[in-house]
Design a binder for this molecule. Structure first.
Ligand code: PDD
Length: 306
C-alpha cells in the first residue's frame, strides 16, 4: 500500500503529521501555485510539461521561485520514494510553491523565501461507475472567475471559486459542476476540462479555463487520427444540442458524462458509458499511456522497489 506522505522544508513525514507554519502565505492567503501529476508503472507522466505550467502560474502571479528545477525534482523524487509504492502501484503527486512565511501583510513584495510543499499518495481509484456509466454535472448559479480578475490559468492554491461551485452542484445531487463565465460561456468543471460533441464535432471551450495537459495530449492524439477538435467559445444555449460530453484531467484521465443539469434544472442526457467519440477518446488515451509505459521504462522513479 502506498503510504500518504508529505514534504516540507526538507523533511518527509506521514501526511497526517506534515505541518505548515500558520504564517505561511499559502495558508494565510492561498498565495501559492501547484501542480498535480501521477506516475504510470513508476514513470512520472508529463513531468516537464507540469513544471512549465507551474512556471507560467508563477509568472502570472509575479512570484519568483527560489527553488531550482533540480531541487524540486530531487525533493519530489525523494518524497515519491518515501511513499513506498509496491509492485503495480502508482502515485498521485501534488507539489506546491508558496510565497513563503513572514509578516501578516498582503504585500507580495516582501522578498520572502518561497517554500516547497509536496504531497504524495496512492493514485486515485475512481468509482468504476464513473467510467462504466459516467458522471453527472450541474451548472451552478455561481460563475467562474473572469480571466481579468483571477486568470484560470493560474493553477494557484486558492480554489474557493471552484469549491463553492462544486458545493452548489453537489447540493443538487450532481457529481461535479460545469461552470459558466459571466457571459454564459462554458468554462470547465471544478478540477477538469470539459468536452462536447456538437453537430458531430468535438468541441472544447477556448478560454476561461486552465490549459489542461490531459486535454492538450488528447487534442494531439485526435490530430494524429485525423480527427479535428475545435477549441472555441461555447455558449450554454448550445448545450441542449450536444450529443456527447466528457471531462479530462491528470487524475480522471477521460471520464464520460451521462447527464448535465442546467441552472433551471432541465436535464440533458448523454449515452451511458460515453457515445462513440467519447469512447474513442478513452481508447486512444489509454493506448497512448500503454505506449508511454513501454517506451519509458528506463525513466521509472521507483522501479527498484518492484
Ligand atoms: N486539476 N481545470 C482545473 C480547474 C483543474 O484543476 C485541472 C487539474 C484541470 C485539468 O488539467 P490537467 O489535465 O493538466 O490535469 C482543469 C488537478 C488534477 C488537481 O488539481 O487535482
Amino acid at each position: 500500500m502506498v503510504k500518504a506522505v508529505g514534504y516540507i522544508d526538507g523533511a518527509i513525514s506521514g501526511l497526517a503529521d506534515t505541518r505548515i507554519p500558520v504564517a505561511d502565505r499559502g495558508f494565510l492567503y492561498g498565495d501559492s501555485v501547484y501542480e498535480v501529476f501521477r506516475t504510470y508503472s513508476g514513470i512520472p507522466f508529463l513531468f516537464d510539461e507540469h513544471y512549465q505550467r507551474l512556471l507560467n502560474s508563477a509568472r502570472l502571479i509575479e512570484m519568483n521561485i527560489n527553488q531550482s528545477k533540480q531541487e524540486i525534482i530531487d525533493a519530489v523524487k525523494r518524497t515519491v520514494r518515501a511513499s513506498l509504492p509496491a509492485a503495480g502501484e502508482d502515485v498521485y503527486t501534488r507539489y506546491q510553491i508558496t510565497r513563503g512565511e513572514g509578516p501578516i501583510d498582503l504585500n507580495p513584495e516582501l522578498s520572502l523565501q518561497t517554500r516547497l510543499v509536496i504531497i504524495v499518495k496512492a493514485a486515485p481509484q475512481w468509482n468504476r461507475e464513473f467510467y462504466d456509466n459516467g458522471v453527472t454535472l450541474a451548472v451552478p448559479k455561481l460563475r467562474r472567475n473572469s480571466v481579468n480578475s483571477l486568470d484560470p490559468n493560474i493553477k494557484g492554491g486558492n480554489y474557493l471559486n471552484n469549491i463553492i461551485a462544486l458545493g452548489e452542484a453537489k447540493k443538487r445531487g450532481a457529481d461535479d459542476c460545469l461552470m459558466l463565465d459571466a457571459n454564459g460561456l462554458v468554462t470547465e468543471c471544478s478540477n477538469s476540462n470539459v468536452w462536447f460533441v456538437v453537430d458531430g464535432k468535438l468541441v472544447t471551450p477556448a478560454g476561461g479555463n486552465l490549459d489542461g495537459l490531459t486535454r492538450r495530449s488528447l487534442i494531439s492524439l485526435f490530430a494524429d487520427a485525423n480527427i479535428e477538435v475545435v477549441q472555441r467559445p461555447i455558449h450554454s444555449k448550445e448545450l441542449a444540442d450536444a450529443t456527447e460530453c466528457f471531462v479530462t484531467s491528470a487524475t480522471r484521465e477521460v471520464m464520460p458524462v451521462r447527464a448535465l443539469y442546467s441552472v433551471g434544472g432541465s436535464k440533458i442526457e448523454f449515452p451511458s458509458g460515453g457515445g462513440q467519440q467519447t469512447r474513442q477518446a478513452m481508447t486512444i488515451y489509454k493506448r497512448m499511456l500503454e505506449d508511454f509505459v513501454k517506451e519509458n521504462k528506463e525513466h521509472a522513479w521507483f522501479d527498484f522497489f518492484h
